[in-house]
Design a protein around this ligand. Sequence first.
Ligand code: HEC
Length: 175
Amino acid sequence: MTAIEINPEGLQKKRSWELKIKIKTIMKKKLFIIIPLVIIVLIQFIQIDTKNPEVKIEEDYFNLTKAPKEIADILKASCYDCHSNESKYPYYSKIAPISWLVKNHINEGREHLNFSEWGTYSDEKKISKQEECIKEIEDNEMPLKSYTLMHSDANLTSVSKAKLVEWFKLQSVPL
Ligand code: HEC
């Protein structure tokens, strides 16, 4: 006999084997969606602390330097969320992992420069921090790009930049 003999039992086995592979690949594809979803849901339980440290008026930058309202308004809009104890947490800061990035910027920002704790800085530190402000503003390093993307009102115009630089220059002249 030359014709190929078809063994119905063997064919069935092959079919069920193929079906198993199909189910497995579908499951694998679904896991690619399900696993990240589960992770995203789970990390929401790791919440950040959005409580601000107390603001002591006697240590506050505006109170100590008697900055004009115009300067205070610019600094509050562009720098205070990260460089003071008056941070306003945006709605997206409730969603992990963005919340962790926001918190990290605030922690690091405060560590480098905290206008709410200005009174605790030495005279040399006050001068050097304000000189750094001039540099960061002139180099367009501050406010951080990732921040102005979400807060367009924090963008510095060339006029507000010039005003801040002029103010900080005046302030960083040793008395
Ligand atoms: C989104 C948060 C955020 C905003 C808004 C922001 N900063 Fe910063 N700033 C940081 C972080 C984080 C650092 C430290 C890391 C770095 O230098 O990138 C920093 C560093 C600095 C430093 C350097 C201090 C040092 O010790 O080296 C200066 C000066 C500064 N910022 C000034 C400003 C000024 C002025 C504004 C507003 C015009 C501003 N920043 C707005 C987050 C921010």
